[in-house]
Structure formats: C-alpha cells, structure tokens
Design a protein around this ligand. Structure first.
Ligand code: TYD
Ligand code: MG
Length: 470
C-alpha cells in the first residue's frame, strides 16, 4: 500500500498510532505489531462530523476551528440518563443501567451465552416500550427466532436485522432510530471503505470507531459483541477496549452452567461489580445467592477439600478449593491450578515444603476451584495450603469449616481486606468454624454461634487441622 497522508500505522496489540512504521511498538514494546491502515475516515463522513464535538458555551456550532475552552462552572451537569432493564445482575454491573449513548463491548468465548444474554436484555427493554434493534451478522433470522422462542414472547418494539455492511446499517439506524442497538458480532461487520477483510484488525478498529460516533451523535446505546481469541483478548488487539465506554466480559466454563458477567472498564460506574447467572434451557437465570450455588454438591468426608471466601467486586462468595496430591515418579512433578494463579500455587507448594516439611517435590499437586470459578486475590492462600496439606496427610476438613487468609513466604498467615464480610457470608451459609489470621481476631466482632480460630502461621493451621481429626 502506498504511503500517504491517508494512512497511519497502528499497533495491533495496544492501539498505538504512528505516522511511520517501526519494528517495535514504542508503547507496548511488542515486535512486528505495527500495521498500516487507512487513517480514520469517520470524521470525513457527511452528516456525522459536525455534532460529535460540542462547541463551548456561548458559541455556535460553526465547525471545529472556533472552539474555545471553558471553566468547570460553565458546564451544565446533567445526571446520566439510563435505561434500566430490570435484570438486576445486569444493571448492577453497568453501574445502574445502560447509559443512553454508551458503546458497550461484551466479550466472551464463543458459545458462552453472549447472544442469549443480549437477547434477554432486548426482551426486558422492549417489554418496557424501548425500541431495540438486534443486528446479527452471524445467525439467520430463523436461528434468532429459535433462540427467542426459548426466552419467551417479544413485543413489536423488538426489531431484527441480518446485515454486515455498516453503510447499510447506518441508513437503518437513521431511518428507524432505535434507542438500543446490538451488533452481534463486531468481527462480522465491515466498512466497504476499508480495504481489508471483516474480522481483520483494521476492520474491527475502524468499525468500532464508527459505532462510537453513531452512539454519541444519534444517541443510541450500542452493544457490541466481541469474540475472545485464544490469548483471551477481544479480537486479538486490546485496542478495542480503549475505544469503547464500557467493557463487560461474560465468563464461565462452557461445560459448567454458571456464568459471571464482569465489568472490566466502565466510564460511567465502578468496575467492581459482577453479575452471576445460570444457563438453563429457558435462557439465563439470575443467581442472587452465588455462595449457595458454588457449594452445591460438595463432597463430604473427603480429604483435600476446604471452603474459602473470596470477594468478587463488592460481594463475598464462598468457593470450594479442591486439591489432589499424589506421589509421582517424575523428576519434575506436575502442578496444575484451575481457577487460581499458577505461580501462586507454586509459591504455596514451596511454603508447604520448606515451612511444614511436607515432601511436595515427590508429589504431583492439582488444585481446582469447584464450579469453574476464578479467584485472583491472595485471600484463599490459607485454604489452598489447608487443602494441599489435607490431601497430602489424608486429613478430612470438617464440612462446617471455612478458611481465609493470605500466606507469606515465611509461612505467616496475614490479614486480608473485608474479613468481616467474609465471615458474615460464611455464617449466613451455616458455617460454624472459621480459620482466620490471628491478627484479624481483634478486628472481628463476634458473629453469633461461629467460632473464630486464629492462626498466625501455617504450622498452627495444620496443627488445628490435625486436632479436628477424630
Ligand atoms: P449463545 O448465546 O449463542 O452464545 P454466544 O453468543 O456467546 O456464542 O449461547 C450458546 C449456548 O447456550 C448454546 O450452546 C445453547 C445454550 N443455551 C441454553 O442452554 N439455553 C438457552 O435458553 C439458550 C438460548 C441457549
Ligand atoms: Mg452469539
């Protein structure tokens, strides 16, 4: 492609833009990620370019050149208006509903339930009389109808369209003026003026750019579905995340039925919230009590299993940590962590070896969080240690015991945040003994019948476990 003013180079990984090519991206330092693409032609489009930037107060909208800066007091503040779907787990993740001109990316593995979730959102909105348009580039109208039939009946406010050409879509949006629009998926959409295939980085980037303009200019809330690649990022390039207002990930093990909707970025609210759903034959069902759901089917009287409490966003959720420790003849014993950081597992195994003298180097160790949950904080360390030791020593952790605490390299057990909420959740779910860091005891008030067992290091924790064996 000939170089000219109309092309730029941008990094496929981080979205960095540069007028000239370089072997290494100056922003993210990845090699060979700069690719050439036409400079965004969005602003050249007639009809949309004028309205995207608001002139300062007291100025007519005479074009970009006459803009002037303004003070904070000159700006009229208006409360963001939102559409509330009534699906509480969904509204909460968005910070209280859908912003009326927001562009929201919904990412997730294929088959996880993105289309189902958004069809249900469409149903909830159209039932309230809000005009929605569901544009699919992946499925035929009859396929969409098949899904919709499982989810219930829809009103006339719900419109469907199978289209991938964004020029055609622009015409429809202007004509029909929906209030909420779903684009399923961004990888199938294309702009005829961008000379590369749908799904390519350039198309995805330019299409998203255009959708952002439409959302703001036409005042439509647009949801964009994005498939996650093997590396776990939407559309390969992370740049898509920079371009939208809100990024939601729909996660879960496609074999397990529970799903978590997680806010990763939100310009209009906190990213601390999650929504929990269960996939049923009639669509996604909200799970208001995730702890109960996670602990369902827990084994009794089996070694290597203990319950911990993690904080997801602002919610405490109980989860079962399972460990299998088996003797191995391999020089390099196997380690596997599902739902947990692999390096953290290695660290905790080393703590067991060094501080407790367990010969973990002769054993394979597998740790799993039941129910397909993922935990990224350090609070379950103590439970992982107890589960591993219980698996190694063949001790059973009684079913009414919950453990939570961070474990340091010297084997010390440290306090973690929101201890009170974690213990409260355990009490709510009927646990009567909580193994907690000794340092947290004075901070914790008494919680009814629960016994708080403080430990200051892993040796004390395992001693406690030994005493629990009859
Ligand atoms: P889908 O929403 O098509 O996933 P995505 O858009 O993320 O690719 O849903 C995929 C799975 O969900 C599919 O395997 C069937 C299942 N499913 C149910 O179990 N119950 C339902 O009511 C629906 C609509 C789908
Ligand atoms: Mg889909």
């Amino acid at each position: 492609m000939a170089k000219g003013k109309d092309t730029v180079f941008y990094c496929k990984e981080c979205g960095y833009e540069s007028p000239k090519w370089a072997g290494q991206c100056p922003a993210c330092h990845e090699w060979n990620t700069l690719v050439e693409a036409p400079a965004s032609s969005v602003q050249k489009r007639a009809g949309l370019s004028g309205g995207i930037r608001q002139p300062g107060p007291g100025l007519k909208n005479t074009g970009f050149r006459e803009a002037r800066s303004c003070t904070l007091t000159e700006i009229e503040f208006r409360q963001e208006e939102r559409y509330v779907t009534g699906i509480e787990e969904f509204d909460r993740v968005l910070g209280g509903g859908i912003i009326r001109d927001g562009l929201i990316l919904v990412g997730g593995d294929p088959g996880i339930g993105k289309s189902t979730l958004l069809t249900q959102v469409c149903k909830a909105l159209s039932d309230q009389g809000i005009r929605v348009l569901y544009i699919s580039g992946e499925e035929s109208l009859s396929q969409i109808k098949l899904r919709a039939n499982r989810l219930g009946s829809f009103t006339e406010q719900m419109k469907l369209l199978c289209e991938t050409d964004l020029d055609v879509i622009e015409g429809i949006l202007q004509k029909e003026q929906p209030q909420v629009c779903i684009i399923d998926s961004i990888q199938t959409m294309y702009r005829p003026d961008v000379p590369s295939a749908p799904g390519s980085s350039a198309q995805v980037r330019e299409s998203t750019n255009l959708l952002m303009q439409w959302a703001k200019v036409l005042g439509i809330a647009i949801f964009v579905v994005g498939h996650v690649t093997k590396e776990g990022v939407v559309a390969g390039p992370r740049m898509l995340e920079h371009m939208v207002d809100t990024v939601l990930y729909f996660e879960g093990d496609s074999r397990a039925s529970y799903r978590i909707l997680r806010g990763v970025k939100n310009r209009f609210g906190s990213t601390n919230e999650i929504g929990v759903f269960e996939m049923r034959s009639s669509g996604l069902e909200q799970v208001p009590n995730p702890s109960e759901y996670m602990l369902n089917g827990r084994p009794v009287n089996s070694s290597g299993s203990v319950v911990t409490c993690t904080i997801e966003g602002t919610r405490p959720i109980l989860a079962e940590i399972q460990a299998l420790v088996a003797r191995t003849g391999l020089n390099n014993p196997r380690r596997s962590a599902t739902g947990l950081d692999f390096n953290r597992l290695n660290l905790l195994v080393a703590v067991l070896e060094k501080r407790l003298g367990l010969r973990m180097s002769e054993c394979d160790a597998y740790v799993n969080i039941a129910g397909g949950m993922r935990i990224s904080e350090t609070a379950p360390d103590l439970a992982v240690i107890i589960a591993l030791a219980s698996g190694y020593l063949d001790y059973v952790v009684p079913a009414d015991v919950m453990a939570v605490g961070e474990v340091g390299l010297s084997g010390e057990v440290r306090n973690v945040n929101q201890m009170e909420n974690r213990v409260k959740e355990a009490v709510k779910m009927g646990f009567v003994r909580c193994i907690v860091p000794a340092s947290s005891l004075k901070l914790l008030k008494s919680f009814g019948d629960v016994r708080l067992l403080g430990v200051s290091n892993v040796t004390e924790a395992i001693e406690l476990l030994r005493k629990m064996q009859k």
